[in-house]
Design a protein around this ligand. Structure first.
Ligand SMILES: [Zn+2]
Length: 125
């Protein structure tokens, strides 16, 4: 049950992580959500679809960027709505909202990482 007096993030339980795992040397980030689902997000997909303004500008679709460093060095929670990811080349401006991560996870479940990479663009959510 959710406590109605507690502020819920946009997207509800589907977009509320209960666990985040990124074992050293792993190539994917694993997020468990409050609805029980688990998403596996390959580093290549996360870095390629980094939503920061430096990678994407301020408007338009999120475009896949090839060639970024894929060593996930740092994960920190941002407010109650997002994760900030830091990479081995010190790129740490990507703020990934929980809604964005869940949508990406669901897309990966449906299509697989290769197809998601080949899509090349994602909507901003
Ligand atoms: Zn970026």
């Amino acid at each position: 049950m959710t406590d109605p007096s507690r502020p819920q993030p946009p997207g509800g339980a589907r977009a509320q992580p209960t666990g985040v795992k990124a074992p050293h040397g792993a190539k994917e980030l694993e997020i468990t959500w409050a609805d029980g689902h688990r998403s596996k997000l390959p580093h290549e997909i996360l870095r390629g679809y980094c939503p920061c303004a430096g990678c994407q500008g301020h408007s338009g679709m999120i475009q896949f960027q090839e060639g970024g460093n894929l060593d996930l060095r740092n994960i920190e929670q941002v407010g109650n709505y997002a994760l900030g990811l830091g990479w081995g080349d010190n790129h740490d401006t990507g703020i990934y909202s929980f809604r964005y991560l869940r949508a990406l996870g669901d897309l990966l479940d449906a299509q697989g990482p290769e197809a998601v990479k080949l899509m090349g663009t994602l909507p901003r959510i």
